[in-house]
Design a protein around this ligand. Sequence first.
Ligand code: NAG
Ligand code: NAG
Length: 413
Amino acid sequence: MEAPLFLSMLLPVHSVLLELPKLCPECLPETLETEYFGGRPGQDPPRLSWPVSAEVFEQAARSGKVLILENASAGMALEGWSCERLSQEFPDAKMRREYDWVKNPQDQNLQDFSKMSWTSAQEQGEDADERLRQDSSAPPFAPFYWGVREHQQGNLGSKKVMKRIRDLITTSVPSFMDKKNAASLFDNAEFWMGAKGTGARAHMDSHCISTLSVVLHGERRWRIGPVPRLPKGAGRSPKGEVVFDDGVAYQLGWKPMFEFTLKEGEAVLFPPGWIHETLNTAEGCTIALTTQFDIPVPVRYYRTFYNRLRRVGDLNACWEWMVKWAGGKVSKDLAQAKTMAQEMFSKTGAKLKQQQVDFFDLNEDGNVTQDEFVSTFVAWTATEQAIKKEKPKSLPKCDMAWDDKVLLKEGEL
Ligand SMILES: *[C@@H]1O[C@H](CO)[C@@H](O)[C@H](O)[C@H]1NC(C)=O
Ligand SMILES: *[C@@H]1O[C@H](CO)[C@@H](O)[C@H](O)[C@H]1NC(C)=O
């Protein structure tokens, strides 16, 4: 067993963190990923053992940390559900197999739950050989996907099925999480299932909120890593561009930051944009519930990695939020930005909303000082100006490293 992890270990003091080179001298700094996320690079992220404290979870989630949560399914209505159990409970539900775009270009839900052979199916899926050539650790077989999040579009099961799964998920909010997340846990729910060797290939999602994925039954290996660095001159994605679709991470020589196996009942928490891959490793069929939650939004993470998150196209839906938290209006010059920030602070400093507090509260004491507000606003303005100068490129020149120590200097946040 690991020693319990305390809040102070999750949220190290900023002044000792190492910084990456900035986009411009006045710009917001980015923290060295291994320092920010901790854990054991190449192996496990930090682990929280049972019972996970709600306060520790909420602080970690606000900072967009990556964590393994032990016994996350304890007390959930879906605790211990196997692939077979899900099929028996919902015999008329329908799902699909991933990487089937030649035979199923419209992503229709062609697989009946009740045709049980799916629980042992090991089918490659399109381009499997190529992906394995690019990265021999990639999952060899295609998983099954029940996209409950698509409930508005229908064709996942009868009304009765959808009502029942809604009830099961909304009554399955983990004990460490804010109960107000029940609706978002359902609205974003996906069941990922399959025999040994099935799994999702490395990709980035476009969600702006954090992900929690719980192994209900079986065992799965995760490989996961941060949004790649985007140095000065690397360009920026035009709005609407998806960069890390199937295969791209492997082509670019992706090296995950964490590799670990979740046992039944364990969950992983990770923030928006993390590239992730799964591999079901249990002998039988493994089933996981993967979903996102609204509260809290990982605003501190957005500030800490602003430069890359604001430029990678997969997260373009989040750009408007990022700009809004910071104050919305980008001045042409930094002296003007400073005056503007001083005026804004004297008018609204005491009335900042939680998400704005998280954006400006550098020392995370819950209180935004005038100095924190003004310096962060000016640095944000400079960062926005520098980002605008980057050339739009469908595939920005990502730096896939997260472990090189060459370009670092002491932080001065
Ligand atoms: C937590 O998980 C361990 C290992 O899977 C299990 O033995 C234990 O009973 C679980 N505890 C709770 C409270 O669910
Ligand atoms: C926040 O800081 C101000 C100025 O330093 C101080 O007057 C105020 O009491 C602080 N509030 C909290 C909640 O710490």
